[in-house]
Design a protein around this ligand. Structure first.
Ligand SMILES: [Zn+2]
Length: 173
C-alpha cells in the first residue's frame, strides 16, 4: 500500500522528536516491548469504526488517541466516506492546531498531534467514475450522496489530491 510507505520517505526523526513520540506511546500503553525509544515515524491506520474517543483521545484519565499516536508520522484513513462524519468532525480543530486538549472532571491534558493526514476514497460508490478502464454505473444522486458523507472542512484541510492506478483518490494534507 502506497500510504504505508510514506513514513519511510520522510526525514529521519531527531532525538527530541523520538522522545516525544515515545512518551505519547508510553502514556497510551502502546510502547512495544523491548523498545526503549521509538526511532521511526509512526503510521496509524484506524478502522472506519473508530470512535471519536479512540481517534482524538479521552477516557476517564485522558489518554492520547490515534491523532497523537500519529504525531510526527502519518494518520491514514482508508475509505474516508465510511468513517462517521461526526467522528471526523472532532478531528478538525486538532488538525489545524497540531495539539488536542482533552478536558475531564479530574484532569485537562494537552497532547501534541502534528501529523500528516492521508486519506483514500473511491471517486464514487462503484469506484469507476472517470475511469478509462470501466464505465461507472452510479447515477448523479448516488455520487453526490457518497461525496456528501465527507466533511467539507476535512476536504479543505487536504491540500494535495492524487489519483492512483486503482482509481482510488488519495488525499494528502
Ligand atoms: Zn460509479
Amino acid at each position: 500500500m502506497m500510504a504505508r510507505r510514506i513514513p519511510s520517505i520522510l526525514p529521519d526523526l531527531n532525538f527530541e522528536e523520538a522522545l516525544e513520540i515515545t512518551k505519547i506511546h508510553s502514556i497510551a500503553g502502546e510502547l512495544p516491548k523491548n523498545t526503549p525509544l521509538i526511532t521511526t515515524r509512526p503510521f496509524r491506520a484506524p478502522h472506519h469504526t473508530v470512535s471519536g474517543t479512540s481517534l482524538v483521545g479521552g477516557g476517564r484519565i485522558p489518554k492520547p488517541g490515534e491523532i497523537s499516536l500519529a504525531h510526527y508520522g502519518v494518520l491514514f484513513l482508508d475509505e474516508l466516506p465510511e468513517f462517521n462524519k461526526n467522528t471526523l468532525e472532532v478531528m478538525r480543530g486538532p488538525l489545524e492546531d497540531g495539539i488536542i486538549t482533552i478536558s475531564r472532571v479530574n484532569a485537562t491534558l494537552t497532547y501534541p498531534c502534528n501529523f500528516m493526514f492521508v486519506a483514500s476514497m473511491n471517486p464514487c460508490p462503484c469506484g469507476f467514475y472517470g475511469s478509462k478502464d470501466k464505465e461507472c454505473t452510479c447515477n448523479p444522486q448516488m455520487i453526490s450522496k457518497y461525496m456528501g458523507k465527507i466533511s467539507r472542512t476535512i476536504i479543505r484541510q487536504n491540500r494535495y489530491t492524487n489519483r492512483s492506478n486503482s482509481s482510488k483518490i488519495s488525499k494528502i494534507r
